[in-house]
Design a binder for this molecule. Structure first.
Ligand code: NAD
Length: 490
């Protein structure tokens, strides 16, 4: 019997009021594995009302009591890692190891948010004027919501949710309709935590659900992660409704290889960055910029390594790279590869038409490498979001930095070099929110904000750590005068 996923609202599993059901597809088989409601305004209303009602009692629960629930969340995720990771791999396609790696970062964010009693502290100035003290209080905003993409079904809501609820907000999670089963499982497991009803809610759906969240008067703060066009829409619509919005968008990340880089290490790290998660990572290396005479050696080594990556069902133990998320994605990626060739790029490795025995209906694209890519070409300008690596050669570090800085995205940029001076210049001048030096995926740990610049981010405060705490609190400044004479009169 087909499973129809339910929403979790006010501490109960409830059917969606929307009549339309969408298929959740296993991208390795092309088969439907569950149905998810398309979502509707009524579902968002119910979740927002429940979260709004729960808010007063929750914000008045002391912070050190609120974080006790987070300690339990961490234990639950750790105890059920394999089960959650298997569901993630099944609906998202990534390998079991990749799904488990997501869990580590999710747990790490919970751990950081457990420090909220300290992280929410703020400043106090005694005797700012005669007998006058002044201080700042951080208070929660109300109901927060997170709208997440398909490519990290476990991790991404944890960039926001643990901080929001630890700060005293109540919350709504809206997973991607393409991968809704993983978060459903996590919510089922979280039931045993016995959070007060309405503190944490799950609402399924697609665009209609998102738009209802963006317009709902009870939801003052929204965290979004997804593609740039949708991030822009979410930021503009949310802010035009008076909300606080942080919207992380798409990317086109360049990796610069200097002539002095340790070639074997560099190439191994780049291949993992470009082809891990089938290239469906916002921090994936998608452009290699070789500087000087390294180009040919790097190309040959990258081709050899990419060829050795086994593409297949992400749940199989010996597979390095799973399928892409949908048939449309596969077709779009393959079309872009052809566009690149038509634009004059050199096809160094072709991952189209790859066959995976036993998984003939799966959405597989093998590792693909395009050389001599032109910066004016569509294949360079577009976020491909698949296992396609473009290679460009330039003469100098300055030219490599200029190329990065002219790109409309600014999620991440990395450099491989043995030179401290080159690394320092790069990190100082490159316009990107997450910089890697001899690192292939510059993913900030939970103790740091997950940055992002230019069209990779819309807003001011990012997810994770101190930024998440600031985003999910508002500051109140108090100026107090206590006159001793008044006390004496009573
Ligand atoms: P997406 O933009 O299609 O969807 C993201 C979310 O928005 C989903 O929950 C979806 O239901 C909703 N949505 C989709 N279309 C919408 C619309 N027209 N109006 C309102 N809501 C809509 O993104 P995706 O394909 O799920 O994820 C891949 C994208 O996410 C890539 O561009 C990737 O770079 C980006 N991403 C960015 C980061 C980051 O930190 N910057 C992290 C992960 C993924």
């Amino acid at each position: 019997m087909t499973t129809i996923l339910k929403n979790y609202i006010n501490g109960q599993w409830v059917e969606s009021k929307s009549v339309i059901l969408l298929d959740v597809i296993n991208p390795a088989t092309g088969q439907s594995i569950a149905k998810v409601p398309e979502g509707c305004v009524e579902d968002v209303n119910d979740a927002a009302n429940s979260a709004h009602e729960a808010w007063t009692a929750w914000r008045n629960t002391p912070a050190n009591q609120r974080v006790q629930y987070l300690f339990k969340m961490k234990q639950i995720l750790e105890a059920n890692t394999d089960e959650i990771a298997a569901i993630c791999s099944k609906e998202c396609g990534k390998t079991f190891t990749e799904s488990k790696a997501e869990m580590i970062r999710a747990v790490e964010n919970i751990e950081v948010a457990c420090g909220i009693p300290t992280l929410m502290q703020s400043t106090f100035s005694e005797d700012i004027a005669n007998g006058v003290d002044e201080f700042v209080i951080r208070q929660p905003l109300g109901v927060g919501a997170c709208i997440s993409p398909f490519n990290f079904p476990i991790m991404i809501p944890f960039w926001f949710m643990p901080y929001a609820i630890a700060c005293g907000n109540t919350y709504i999670v809206k997973p991607s309709e393409k991968v809704p089963m993983t978060m459903t499982k996590i919510f089922e497991l979280f039931e045993s935590i016995n959070l007060p009803k309405g503190v944490l809610n799950l609402v399924h759906g697609g665009r209609g659900t998102v738009d209802a969240i963006l317009e709902h008067p009870f939801i003052p703060a929204i965290s979004f992660v997804g593609s740039t066009p949708v991030a822009k829409h979410v930021y503009m619509t949310g802010t035009s409704h008076g909300k606080r919005v942080q919207a992380q968008g798409g990317a086109k990340n360049a990796v610069v290889v200097m002539p002095d880089a340790d070639e074997d290490t560099t190439v191994r790290i780049i291949a993992d960055s470009a082809f891990g998660c089938a290239g469906q990572r916002c921090l994936a290396a998608s452009v290699v910029v070789t500087v000087g005479d390294t180009s040919n050696r790097i190309k040959q080594k990258l081709i050899q390594l990419a060829k050795s990556k086994k593409t297949g069902n992400g749940l199989a133990a010996d597979v390095d790279m799973g399928p892409v998320i949908t048939l449309e994605s596969k077709e779009r990626i393959e079309k872009l590869i052809q566009t690149g060739i038509d634009e004059g790029a050199e096809l160094l490795l072709d991952g189209r038409d790859i066959k995976v025995p036993g998984f003939e209906e799966g959405y597989f694209v093998g590792p693909t490498i395009l050389g001599n890519v032109n910066t004016d070409s569509l294949v360079y300008k577009t976020e491909i979001f698949g296992p396609v690596l473009c290679i460009i050669n330039v003469e100098t570090l300055e030219a490599a930095i200029e190329l990065i800085n002219n790109n409309r995205y600014g999620n991440s940029a990395c450099i491989f070099t043995r030179s401290g001076a080159a690394a320092r210049k790069f990190r100082h001048e490159a316009l990107g929110g997450n910089i890697g030096v001899n690192i292939g995926i510059a993913a900030p740990m939970a103790f740091f904000p997950f940055s992002g610049w230019k069209e990779s981010f819309f807003g001011d405060l990012h997810g994770q750590s101190s930024h998440a705490v600031e985003f999910y609190t508002q500051t109140k400044v108090v100026i107090e005068r206590w006159n001793e004479e008044w006390s004496r009169k009573f």
